[in-house]
Design a protein around this ligand. Structure first.
Ligand code: KG4
Ligand code: ZN
Length: 357
């Protein structure tokens, strides 16, 4: 194997991820310590709790990453770490850990934008997968990144260059999934729970609104969330479920139907706009990333749109769509090869943008 070997660290939100990545593509190891169970009782991420959990899990995560990789510090060319966007306290744990490792082992430090990581997950190759035959995204491409904190469409004409085509003007799609999941009593995180509930929908005719935002590539999900609240309240009244008792839930059949309707609305808008953008810029491929890209209905719908246009859709397996260290190693390698190095004064940038319009 050739190309740089990076130790990559991700701690921007509620997953502690550490990976060893060769050449920005090959995963030697990729370990994620999830805090989902920790945040489930509060129905959302508590930043203070998240930062402490990163501190607790980052060393065991590193130990496990080494254990499966078959390489040592001597082989490592640099340490890549997410420095934004994300929760300041969470980011600082990963950044300071990365700095200490880079300094002690005398390796260069590379700062990585978390959103760039979600895009570059498309280049990753799992152990046992054939790097030569796995399709790589071709430029120009349209990248749709949909996560718990971000939803945007960007054009890439080459590596590391982004033109923002559109972004959410209010909630991120993942945030809407999480909120509606809570309204339906499906627990946290709402995305996977809504997908699972929707699979059981028998009647598939409920229609949730879509915010098309004119001809723009922008998104808006707050109106959908409000509509969902109204539709769910009406369904509860119809089924005689007390409005003031959150523990009392709708019947499984109605929950499934509403989960399906909501998911259809989000997927329709995301896939339609991504396809339109791909046509408009003359894309040669479409890349899908971010936690919501783990959604099987979104993946299938966009695959169908891409096929219709004769374009390849590159979407990582679900475990590489949600936050992980491997994607930071993939993006970090490109930055490393471009000669970028961060100093030991690297600081957390909670609102770091990927690109401006
Ligand atoms: O990218 P990510 O792991 O963290 C952020 O950077 O935000 O994304 C987390 C988001 C959550 O909102 C979660 O509900 C959503 O991704 N998500 C899903 C699915 N799996 C995770 N949304 C819809 N369907 C899924 N299967
Ligand atoms: Zn993310």
């Amino acid at each position: 194997m050739s190309g740089p070997l990076l130790l990559a660290i991700e701690s921007s939100c509620d997953e502690t991820g550490i990976a060893l990545i060769q050449d920005g593509r090959c995963i030697l190891s990729n370990v994620v310590a999830s805090q989902v169970a920790l945040h489930a009782p509060s129905g959302g991420i508590v930043p203070e709790v998240a930062a402490r959990a990163h501190l607790r899990w980052i060393v065991p995560t590193l130990d496990e990453a080494w254990a499966g990789a078959g390489v040592s510090w001597d082989d490592v060319d640099g340490v890549a770490v997410t420095y934004g966007p994300g929760l300041a306290g969470s980011l600082l744990v990963g950044i300071n850990f990365a700095k200490a490792l880079a300094w002690v082992h005398d390796k260069p430090l590379i700062g990585v934008n978390h959103l760039e990581g979600h895009v570059y997950a498309a280049w990753l190759v799992d152990p046992g997968e054939d790097e030569a035959t796995k399709p790589q995204p071709e430029f120009p491409l349209v990248a749709l990144v949909v996560s718990g904190g971000h939803t945007f469409l960007a054009e890439m004409r080459d590596h590391l260059t982004y033109r923002l085509l559109g972004a959410t003007v209010d909630d991120a799609a993942g945030e809407a999934f999480d909120k509606v999941g809570r309204l339906l009593g499906l627990g946290y995180p709402g995305g996977p729970a809504i997908q699972k509930a929707a699979e059981g929908a028998v009647r598939r005719d409920v229609v949730f609104p879509r915010a098309w935002m004119g001809d723009s590539y922008d998104f808006s999900f707050s109106g959908l969330k409000t509509a969902a609240r109204r539709i769910i309240a009406e369904a509860r009244a119809e089924e005689g479920v007390p409005a003031d008792d959150p523990a009392a839930t709708l019947s499984a059949a109605t929950t499934a139907e509403l989960a399906w309707g909501f998911q259809e609305s989000v997927v329709d808008v995301l896939a339609t706009k991504a396809a339109r953008a791909a046509t408009a810029i003359g894309a040669r491929s479409i890349v899908l990333g971010g936690g919501v890209a783990a959604n099987s209905v979104l993946r299938e719908r966009l695959r169908h749109e891409a096929e219709t246009m004769g374009l390849p859709l590159i979407v990582p397996r679900p475990g590489l769509c949600t936050d992980n260290g491997a994607m930071i190693g993939a993006a970090g390698a490109r930055r490393f090869l471009a000669g970028e190095r961060a100093g030991l004064d690297l600081d957390a940038r909670p609102s770091l943008p990927l690109a401006t319009r």
